[in-house]
Design a protein around this ligand. Sequence first.
Ligand code: SF4
Ligand code: SF4
Length: 136
Amino acid sequence: MTEWWEKEPLRFECQVDCVKCCVRPGIVHFDRTDIRKAADFLNTSPAEFKKVFLKRDGNSWVLEVGEEGAPCAFLTDQGCGIHPAKPKQCESYPFWKENMDSKPMWRLVGGFCPGIDIGPMVPVGTIKSFLKKFTR
Ligand code: SF4
Ligand code: SF4
């Protein structure tokens, strides 16, 4: 089945100085690869990284954001402090399955994310690879 977003170009460009994703209360999933990548980037071990930053949520490891209004622990004045090693959840936003299910849903997400519907066209192949990358 052809998805709605394969029939019309989608535009997206993350906006400089917008950190709405990183201050919104919620959880950020880190799978084993995400943990290793971020730990390597911070020159620490996966075990230490988990101990310091993450919590167990069932079978997953997650970072809690927004507790008592605090932003993500990795947010700095210059943006994401682990940008080259950010987890797949952050890397693939806003191209998450739940956001792409329908055009009205995409429009709704656009009400939160100012990067939606502006900037360069995102190739369908890139969208598909994001959808494959982050599944939960
Ligand atoms: S809300 Fe959108 S524009 Fe803002 S930081 Fe997140 S992805 Fe970028
Ligand atoms: S890991 Fe980086 S991109 Fe993801 S929420 Fe935290 S600061 Fe934002």
